[in-house]
Ligand binder design. Structure first.
Ligand code: ZN
Length: 181
């Protein structure tokens, strides 16, 4: 994508020294504030570039986030089960969501994952359209960084489509289309 030369390229240092900077408030904030930021940012990107481009940009931002999250917060040198266990623990601890693996085919590299109580959508009005593009990218980024392969994740169920948990179908990026996406 040519983002390497971008002056705004994300650096983990931008997470900052939270203990130093927020001695009284600490690392937590209200989820409403996160959603306020996400959905106003989405509105502005959508107004400027249209709905499909906004979805794409949120997804690629999520991908970057997933890669960096994996590189900086997870141990990539452990086996798959250990890695997933650590990922589940971290996502719960950070309040991202409750990750479950419904299906894992390590030979084909196909996965079905669910995220309960997802930070992006749980409790939103049901509109019939899935809204977790950022999560799609995030999941693809985490698995991509861990395996060294390019993944694509597609949200097939979402709180916003009337489901109680988000469900993601994850395949290798070059297999997209093989399973009806
Ligand atoms: Zn969702």
């Amino acid at each position: 994508m040519g983002t390497d030369g971008c002056c705004c390229r994300f650096n983990w240092k931008q997470v900052g020294d939270i203990a130093l900077g927020r001695p009284h408030l600490g690392p937590m904030m209200h989820l409403a504030v996160y959603r306020l930021m996400q959905y106003t940012l989405r509105e502005m990107i959508c107004r400027e570039y249209g709905h499909d481009k906004a979805s794409d940009l949120l997804r690629t931002a999520g991908l970057r986030a997933g890669e960096e999250f994996c590189a900086n917060m997870l141990n990539c040198s452990q086996d798959f089960n250990g890695f997933i266990a650590e990922l589940q623990e971290k996502l719960r601890e950070l309040g991202v969501g409750i990750l479950r693996i419904e299906k894992a085919d390590l030979e084909q590299m196909n996965f079905t994952l669910t995220v309960g109580e997802d930070l992006d959508c749980s409790g939103l009005p049901v509109t019939g359209a899935a809204v977790c593009e950022y999560d799609e990218g995030f999941i693809a980024g985490v698995l991509g960084r861990y395996t060294g392969k390019a993944f694509a994740a597609k949200e097939v169920d979402c709180w916003a489509t009337g489901d109680r948990t988000c469900r993601f179908s994850v395949t290798l990026a070059d297999q997209v289309g093989d399973n009806g996406n």
